[in-house]
Design a protein around this ligand. Structure first.
Ligand SMILES: NC(=O)C1=CN([C@@H]2O[C@H](COP(=O)(O)OP(=O)(O)OC[C@H]3O[C@@H](n4cnc5c(N)ncnc54)[C@H](OP(=O)(O)O)[C@@H]3O)[C@@H](O)[C@H]2O)C=CC1
Ligand SMILES: O=C(O)C1=N[C@H](C(=O)O)C[C@H](O)C1
Length: 247
């Protein structure tokens, strides 16, 4: 498959390696100063977009206008999702946006959802989340942590919202607190911890490098090609993990 990379930083390069390993061809590498139009896209059948939060919405609109099906992993631009979705529907292209393309996180998310359901039924358990990433990351909390926290709030009875870090003063019982660390070159760690009176159940996903995100993004790009509409991570994973229900 002919792939255009939009955003050629750490993830763009990891995706190039994963795509080559599977026999795909990289026909364009577009970064900060590059135009996104049919000429620059050089006959790409699909685009894989990993750029920065401030540029992702415009990049995705341009890719739709150019008629190219796209997967995007850029995080931290959620408020602009509506306008991007409208452009994609108007163009009749396909788009899959996901905060985390790692298949490990795909099944980790399911485990977290089931654990939240179960723990909510056991007296006196509480829950909190933690995420850690490298120093270069622009957004916080991570898109993955937001996705996990949304699921916990949905399924853990008694919680009605999540917030980043507890404020000074007494923490609120109804809030799921999410703490964030930035240090060194951490590829991406997410922990969901269920605190009981006598024990703790801790669920942890730790990326060792960017390879898992990249392999998943390339696989998702094959899935989205020729599939018009705005798709969710759940749509792709329902096909990918055929034997288990999807969130
Ligand atoms: N969904 C997933 O599985 C994953 C998502 N991510 C997310 O992907 C995004 C990228 O991460 P990462 O590769 O580590 O970041 P990098 O900073 O390494 O790469 C981003 C690249 O995009 C470039 N860029 C800036 N503006 C534009 C533009 N207008 N058009 C195209 N490219 C542009 C940057 O250039 P310059 O340096 O000059 O600004 C840089 O080369 C982040 O939002 C991150 O959270 C990361 C890993 C996995
Ligand atoms: O910026 C990163 O590196 C990562 N970002 C994603 C996120 O915000 O969830 C996914 C992964 O954790 C790596």
């Amino acid at each position: 498959m002919r792939i255009a990379l939009v955003g050629y930083g750490r993830m763009g390069r990891a995706v190039e390696e994963a795509a080559r390993a599977r026999g795909d061809e990289i026909v364009a590498r577009l970064d900060r100063e590059d135009r996104i139009d049919a000429a620059a896209l050089a006959g790409a059948e699909v685009a894989i977009e990993f750029s920065v939060p401030s540029s992702a919405p415009l990049n995705l609109r341009r890719l739709a206008e150019a008629g190219v099906d796209t997967v995007s992993g850029t995080t931290g631009w959620d408020p602009a999702q509506g306008e991007v979705d409208a452009a994609v529907r108007a163009a009749g292209t396909g788009l899959l946006v996901a905060a985390n393309f790692s298949l490990g996180v795909g099944f980790f998310h399911r485990i977290v959802r089931e654990a939240a359901r179960l723990a909510a039924g056991v007296p006196d358990y509480d829950v909190h989340l933690y995420e850690a990433h490298h120093r270069h990351k622009l957004d916080h909390p991570s898109g993955t942590a937001r996705m996990l926290a949304d699921s916990v709030v949905e399924l853990f009875a008694g919680k009605d919202r999540w917030e980043e870090s507890p404020p000074a003063g007494r923490p609120e019982r109804e809030v799921v607190y999410l703490s964030v660390a930035r240090a060194g070159e951490i590829a991406g760690t997410h922990v969901v911890s269920f605190e009981g009176p006598n024990d703790r159940v801790e669920l942890r996903h730790e990326a060792r490098d960017r390879g898992g995100f990249a392999v998943g993004a390339v696989e998702a790009a094959h899935w989205v090609r020729g599939r018009p509409g705005v798709h969710t991570l759940g749509d792709w994973l329902r096909d990918r993990f055929t034997d288990s229900p999807s969130p």
